[in-house]
Write a protein that binds this ligand. Sequence first.
Ligand code: DAS
Length: 359
Amino acid sequence: MLFQKTARSAAALFGFLFCLSLAAQAQTSTLPNVTILATGGTIAGTGATSTTTVGYTAATVGIQTLIQAVPEMTKIANVSGEQVFQIASENMGNEHWLLLAKRVNTLLAQPTVDGIVITHGTDTLEETAYFLNLVVKSRKPVVVVGSMRPSTALSADGPINLYNAVMLAGSQEAIGRGVLVAMNDQINGARDVTKSNTTTTDTFKASELGMLGYIQGGKPYFYRTATRKHTVETEFDVMNLSTLPQVEIAYAHANVGPVAVEALVASGAKGLIHAGVGNGSLPAKVRPALSAARKKGVLIVRSSRVGQGIVARNGEANDDELDFVAGDNLSPQKARILLMLALTKTTNTRDIQKMFSTY
Ligand code: DAS
């Protein structure tokens, strides 16, 4: 009798535990699958004390530690992590971009992956985001995130930024919006965002054009959408590339001479961004060097150091006559990325000018 009672209660307990495990599986199967690709930066940084917010070491904490530091993420997504590389982002190179882009595209082609987060240093975060915005071939969310304080700092911004980025990457709302940058509870588009302050946590802004939306209470709220083509809409594909064309930037200023332009051309640049003063003006001492470079087959883009506004074709210089490209409102560092990818497709100035009006 006692044996039968014990057997029945054991069976009941087993049944209960089995249902619990099914419920748990059901719960996780309803959560989005988000992969975090870690590349380094301050978000993976450590400082000597909790008040060290400058002079810390970036790119020291591994992805598994970053994930373990934010257990709340397991409630909003099935999170997995890969350490793609571990660098301070001032050292980002084309080889890193190609590795990252290929990994992103490979993962997003898998039906089991719903979205991707990339943890990244903030110094070149905007550039990696824009590069991926042009070469990722999926509508699934790709969210780039960093932090302005190291993981060891008082009120470190990394954990909440990472949590928000994972939430966004797993959200329906972020699908089809291009590569996004999520920091400081704000959502920015990859094309227009820039690091606007050397140290503050609100540094990433799209200034005059504005952010795309907010993150509040663990939810995304979008108010704008990107207007230029991105991701699956672009003509760029890097999956079979092992290198990218060398494109450099020459910065203009009062009393500037041709030395920088000449040296960059001599170094083998296939393209040159002139970060001009004002509306992309060409200083008289630099124009001949740029014109000579064009005649050698180097593609020249007139951009501006100003930071906002449009460098219009045939505005401050006769682009038709010089056979130059006008850089629209892209910053010099983003114009460099677009020209680099353009040169993987064509060297025709008109075709490239069209790309600057499209992306
Ligand atoms: N050196 C900076 C970088 O890795 C640290 C940071 O702000 O992430 O971009």
